[in-house]
Design a protein around this ligand. Sequence first.
Ligand SMILES: Nc1ncnc2c1ncn2[C@@H]1O[C@H](COP(=O)(O)OP(=O)(O)O)[C@@H](O)[C@H]1O
Ligand SMILES: O=P(O)(O)OC[C@H]1O[C@](O)(COP(=O)(O)O)[C@@H](O)[C@@H]1O
Ligand SMILES: [Mg+2]
Length: 328
Amino acid sequence: MDRKDIRRIAVFTSGGDAPGMNAALRAVVRTAAWNKLHVYGIERGFEGMIDGHFKRMERRDVANIIQRGGTVLRTARSKRFMTPEGRAQAAEHLRSYDIDACIAIGGNGTFTGAKVFSEEHNIPFIGIPGTIDNDLFGTDYTIGFDTAVNTAIDAVDKIRDTADSHNRLFLVEVMGRNSGFIALHTAIGSGASSVLIPEAETNLEDLKNVLKKNKARGKLFSVVIVAEGHPMGGAAGIAERIQDELASMEPKVTVIGHLQRGGAPTALDRLLASRLGHAAVNKLMDGEENVAVGIVNSLITTYSFDDAIHREKKPESALITMASILAI
Ligand SMILES: Nc1ncnc2c1ncn2[C@@H]1O[C@H](COP(=O)(O)OP(=O)(O)O)[C@@H](O)[C@H]1O
Ligand SMILES: O=P(O)(O)OC[C@H]1O[C@](O)(COP(=O)(O)O)[C@@H](O)[C@@H]1O
Ligand SMILES: [Mg+2]
C-alpha cells in the first residue's frame, strides 16, 4: 500500500500500564489530527481489538490526561490474541473500520503480538515503547520507567526512616520482570547498601560480609534492593538464605509491587511520551512500518520489532560497579 493512502489509524495501549501512556496517546491523537488523519482508540489493547471496542478520538478527547497515570484506553493481557482465531477476529474489526495502520503502545509482549499480527494480516504497525521495565532494546528509556524509579526511591526513603530507627536490614523488592534496570537505578538514587539484579552474578558470601562489615563500622541499618526477577527468588529468596547468619539485623522484606506502576508521570516521562507519540505518527506518514520508535542519545530513532524484543539490553556494567563503590 502506498503510505500516502493512510487516512485512518487505530491506537491502543497493551500489557502492563505505565505512567506516561496517556501523554503518548495525547501526542498520537493530536499529531494525527494535525495531519488530518482519523483516529480510533481501541479499548483494552488486543482484547478490545478482538471484541470490536473502537471509538473515534478527536483532539478534545485527549484533553486533561497528560498528567494522569494508568491509561484512559485501559489495557489487558490477552490470551485470545495468542491464537490465530483471535487475531483473525481482530483483523476483521480493523477492516470493518477501514483502518490503514495501527500504533501500539506497550512492551515486548505487545511488540511480539504486533509483529505476528502484521505478518499474518498485512496491517502496518508502529510501536511506542511503554513499560516501566525499560527492557526494550533500541531506546535509552521506555515510557514509565522514570516514574517507577521515582516511586521506588520515595518508598525506600520512607523505609530508611524505620530501618534507621530500629537498626534493621531491609530487603526491598522492586519490579522489572527479568530485568534489573529499575533495581539498579533505584539503588543508586536511594543510596542503598547493595543491589541484586539478574544481569550481575550474586555472591551471597560477599553480600553477608559487606553487611557485617558495615555494621562493624558503625552503620546502623542497611537497605538492599533486589530485582523481582533475581534467580534466587526475589527479596524473599535472598532473605531466606541470609537470615540465620544476619539474625541480629532482623532482616525484613518489603515488596513495593504495583505501587510502582501508578501515579502521575514525571516530567521526563511526559516529555519522552510526547516525543515518541509525535514521532510514531510522523514515521507512519513517512512510510515506515513494523518498527518501534525510540530515543537514543536524545535523538528520535526507529528499530525493528525483532531488535526491540530479541536484542539484549543490559544495564551498563560501569553503572553496576559505580553503585557498589558509592555504597562503601
Ligand atoms: N507471541 C505472541 N503472539 C501473539 N500475541 C502476543 C504474543 N506475545 C504477547 N502477545 C500479546 O501481547 C500482550 C501484551 O504482552 P505482555 O507481555 O503482557 O505485556 P508488555 O507488552 O507490556 O510486555 C499479551 O497479553 C498478548 O496478547
Ligand atoms: O501486573 P501484572 O500482570 O501482575 O504483571 C506484573 C509485571 O508487569 C510489570 O509491572 C510490567 O511489565 P510489562 O510492561 O511487560 O507488562 C513487570 O514489572 C511485572 O513483572
Ligand atoms: Mg514486557
